[in-house]
Design a protein around this ligand. Structure first.
Ligand SMILES: Nc1ncnc2c1ncn2[C@@H]1O[C@H](COP(=O)(O)OP(=O)(O)OP(=O)(O)O)[C@@H](O)[C@H]1O
Ligand SMILES: [Mg+2]
Length: 427
C-alpha cells in the first residue's frame, strides 16, 4: 500500500511521536521515537506504555490521566524532568553524557463526538539548548564566585590602603613634626628662661621703686614729692607696676604652652633612643594620675580595678607614660562637669588588657574614625593640638599592641589597649 504524503511527513518528523489509547496501549510510534530509544523494543505497537517505560510509569500515568480527564494538553519541561523516555541524543552534551534532554507534550486526540479516545505524545530533543543553558549557568556560577572573591579582595585592599595611608601620614607628619620641634626647641628655651629672669628683675625693680617712693614721700620736701607724683602720673607707673607681672606671667604661660606643643611634637616622632624594658604598668598609671592631679578636680571619681600582683609590659616606659597621659587627660577633659574615670587591668596569658573608661561627653560617630588623625581636635582653638591620640596610635604601632574605642555621645568613652607581657630575654 502506498504511503500517503501525510504518513511520510510523520515518519521524517524530527520529533518522536507516539499514540496510546485509553488503556495506555501503544497504537503508533514514528521512526524518530523508535530510533531514539536506548532500550531494545522490536515492536512497540500493542504494548502497554507503562510496562515498557517502567521507570517513569508513575509520572507518565499522572500526565496521561490528566489529559484524559481534563481534555487539555500537558507538558513536561526538560529542566524539571530531563529524561522522561530513555533516548539517545543525536547531539550529546559531552562524550560521556549521551542521554537526550527532552521536552514532552501530551495532547488529547478526540473522535467526532468530542470524546478523548487517544493521547499523542511528542518528544522534542532539546539537548543542544540544554547543553548551552547548562554551560551558561555553570559559567555564571564560576563568574559569581569569582565576583565574590574579587569583592572580598577589593574590601581587603581598601582596608590595607586605609591602614597604609594612615601609617604613611603618621610617618611623614612625624618627620615634619620632629624637624619643626627641633628648630623651635632652642629659641623657646631661651625665651622662657629669659622671661623668668625678666620677671625676677621686674619684681625687684618694682620693689625698689616702691621703697624709694615711700622714703621720698616720708622724708623729702613737698615740691620733690609733687615732682615724683607728676612723673608717676605722666608715665602711668602705678598701672605699669600692676600690669608688668601679669604681662610677664601671660608670656611665661604662652612660652610654657609652646614648649608643651614642641614636646608632644617631638614625642610624636618615633624616638628610637629609649630602650625596651619591662614597664611597670601600675607605677606608670600612678605617676600619670599624680601628674594630672591639677586636672583631677573633686567632681571626678577615680575607680581602679587592678590585679594584686604587678604587671609588666614589654615596651618603652616614656612612651607608655605618654600614652596613659594623653588618654587619661582626654577623659578628664571630657568630664569637665564631673564623672567617673575607671581604670581596669586584666592579665590574659601573655596579653595585658587595659581599659580606660570615662562617663564624659563621648565622641560623635562621624568623628570616631578621625580621632587618631594628627591635628584632629574638637576642642577650642588654643585648647587642644589634636596630637594626643595620633601620638597614642604611633605608640601602639611601635609596641605591636592593640587599641579599640567604644563611645557614645552623652554617655562616655572606653579605650581598650592590649599590650604584650614582658618576657625576660633568654641568655
Ligand atoms: N575620652 C574622650 N571623650 C570624648 N572625646 C574624646 C576623648 N578622647 C578623645 N576625644 C576626641 O578626640 C579628639 C582628638 O583627641 P586628641 O587627644 O588627639 O586631641 P585633643 O585632645 O583635641 O588635643 P591635645 O591632646 O593635643 O590636647 C578630641 O578633640 C576629642 O574630640
Ligand atoms: Mg588630647
Amino acid at each position: 500500500m502506498e504511503k500517503s504524503e501525510f504518513e511520510r511527513v510523520i515518519e521524517q518528523l524530527p520529533i518522536g511521536a507516539c499514540i496510546i489509547n485509553q488503556d495506555m496501549t501503544i497504537t503508533f510510534a514514528n521512526p524518530t521515537f523508535l530510533g531514539g530509544l536506548t532500550i531494545r523494543q522490536p515492536d512497540l505497537v500493542g504494548q502497554h506504555l507503562l510496562s515498557v517505560f517502567e521507570e517513569q510509569a508513575r509520572f507518565l500515568k499522572r500526565k496521561i490521566d490528566s489529559v484524559l480527564i481534563l481534555k487539555n494538553p500537558s507538558f513536561s519541561y526538560w529542566q524539571q524532568r530531563p529524561h522522561v523516555f530513555p533516548m539517545r541524543s543525536s547531539r550529546p552534551i559531552t562524550g560521556d553524557e549521551s542521554q537526550m534532554y527532552q521536552n514532552v507534550q501530551f495532547m488529547p486526540l478526540s473522535n467526532d463526538n468530542a470524546e478523548v479516545t487517544h493521547v499523542s505524545i511528542f518528544v522534542t530533543d532539546v539537548t543542544a539548548e540544554a547543553s548551552y543553558f547548562i554551560q551558561q549557568s555553570d559559567l555564571k556560577n564560576v563568574l559569581e564566585e569569582e565576583h565574590q572573591q574579587l569583592k572580598a579582595l577589593h574590601q581587603e585592599l581598601k582596608v590595607a590602603q586605609k591602614q597604609m595611608l594612615q601609617s604613611e601620614k603618621m610617618a611623614s607628619i612625624g618627620q615634619l613634626a620632629a624637624g619643626v620641634a627641633h628648630e623651635i626647641n632652642n629659641p623657646i628655651g631661651f625665651v622662657s628662661s629669659n622671661l623668668e629672669t625678666l620677671k625676677d628683675y621686674a619684681l625687684k625693680l618694682i620693689k625698689t621703686t616702691q621703697t624709694q617712693k615711700k622714703i621720698i614721700v616720708k622724708q623729702a620736701e613737698e615740691r620733690f614729692i609733687k615732682l615724683l607724683e607728676d612723673v608717676y602720673e605722666r608715665h602711668g607707673v602705678d598701672f605699669i607696676v600692676e600690669d608688668l607681672p601679669e604681662l610677664l606671667d601671660e608670656s611665661l604661660n604662652g612660652a610654657e604652652r609652646v614648649k608643651k606643643i614642641v614636646n608632644s611634637l617631638r614625642d610624636f616622632a618615633l624616638n628610637d633612643e629609649e630602650g625596651w624594658a619591662e614597664v611597670d604598668l601600675y607605677a606608670e598609671i600612678e605617676s600619670t594620675l599624680v601628674v594630672l592631679k591639677n586636672e583631677l578636680n573633686y567632681k571626678v571619681q577615680v575607680e581602679k580595678d587592678l590585679p594584686q600582683e604587678p604587671v609588666f609590659i614589654d615596651g618603652k616606659a616614656g612612651k607608655i607614660r605618654q600614652l596613659l597621659f594623653n588618654v587619661i587627660l582626654n577623659s578628664l577633659q571630657a568630664m569637665s562637669s564631673g564623672g567617673t574615670l575607671t581604670i581596669d587591668c586584666k592579665k590574659n596569658g601573655d596579653k595585658i588588657t587595659l581599659l580606660i573608661k570615662d562617663t564624659g561627653a563621648g565622641i560623635a560617630e562621624s568623628d570616631l574614625e578621625r580621632i587618631f588623625d594628627p591635628f584632629f581636635t574638637t576642642k577650642e582653638i588654643g585648647q587642644g593640638t589634636g596630637l594626643g591620640l595620633s601620638e597614642v596610635y604611633t605608640i601602639i604601632e611601635e609596641h605591636e599592641a592593640g587599641i579599640d574605642v567604644l563611645s557614645k555621645e552623652g554617655e562616655g568613652t572606653c579605650f581598650t589597649f592590649v599590650f604584650n607581657t614582658f618576657k625576660a630575654p633568654l641568655n
